[in-house]
Design a protein around this ligand. Structure first.
Ligand SMILES: Nc1ncnc2c1ncn2[C@@H]1O[C@H](COP(=O)(O)OS(=O)(=O)O)[C@@H](OP(=O)(O)O)[C@H]1O
Ligand SMILES: Nc1ncnc2c1ncn2[C@@H]1O[C@H](COP(=O)(O)OP(=O)(O)O)[C@@H](O)[C@H]1O
Length: 201
């Protein structure tokens, strides 16, 4: 349901003008993967590298967004769905502002990720699977959450008692068990260069 009597205002500065000024495209690099797979680490390492190359990017991170915009949401299937829907809308605004958006959400459901893709225009959604086995994520356990989930102190934890649907045909996969952080960043940059989405200095 949505409100009546609202009228869309066209912007005085267009997405195309902003892209032209920035000298690069704007799109979403949608990272998906288990907790502890390396989404935040890679998103931030990539954003730093893009920044050094004068490419405008912004990281939207699950933990951070859940402190503010989505602090009313928990981890049921419907709350996760709403979480991803809102992030999709926020990502769309950032794409409109001419930036490269890097999102780091578990985003466990294929359908929810597909809905974000549909919200955006063609070539504005790049799905990056941050692959890492549950075993390894659990070994890393950077926040001690797997331990809590195994001890039933947290319920609905992804990979333990809540599902994770890996992408079937992602645009790109990085494997953080076999690749270092720098190798994964390099693979993503190479992909963007090959697609002529960025020129890195
Ligand atoms: N039950 C449960 N399941 C999964 N994750 C949990 C849970 N409770 C808290 N956390 C912490 O919240 C982070 C995941 O938030 P997301 O917004 O990315 O999740 S989702 O996309 O809505 O599934 C996740 O962050 P990352 O580890 O960075 O993925 C956890 O730190
Ligand atoms: N090759 C790698 N790539 C990414 N992260 C790695 C790698 N090896 C170890 N790590 C570590 O794994 C952890 C991943 O945590 P984080 O980035 O918060 O994951 P997520 O955002 O997916 O929950 C970090 O402590 C990071 O230093």
């Amino acid at each position: 349901m949505s409100a009546n009597n609202i009228v869309w205002h066209d912007a005085s500065v267009t997405k195309e003008e902003r892209r032209k000024k920035n000298n690069h495209g704007s799109y979403v690099l949608w990272f998906t993967g288990l907790s502890g797979s390396g989404k935040s680490t890679l998103a931030n390492a990539l954003s730093r590298q893009l920044f050094e190359s004068e490419i405008e990017s912004y990281v939207l991170d699950g933990d951070n967004i859940r402190h503010g915009l989505n602090k009313d949401l928990f981890f049921s299937e419907s709350d996760r769905k709403e979480n991803i829907r809102r992030i999709g809308e926020v990502s769309k605004l950032f794409v409109d502002s001419g930036q490269v958006v890097i999102t780091a959400f578990i985003s466990p459901y294929r359908e929810d990720r597909a809905q974000v893709q549909q919200l955006l225009e063609e070539n504005e959604f790049i799905e990056v699977y941050v692959e890492c086995s549950l075993d390894e994520c659990e070994k890393r356990d950077p926040k001690g959450l797997y331990k809590k989930a195994r001890n039933h102190e947290i319920k609905d934890f992804t990979g333990i008692d809540s599902p994770y649907e890996a992408p079937i045909n992602p645009d790109l996969t990085v494997n953080t068990e076999t690749q270092t952080i720098q190798e994964s960043v390099k693979i993503i940059i190479k992909y963007l260069e090959n697609k002529q989405l960025i020129k890195v200095k």
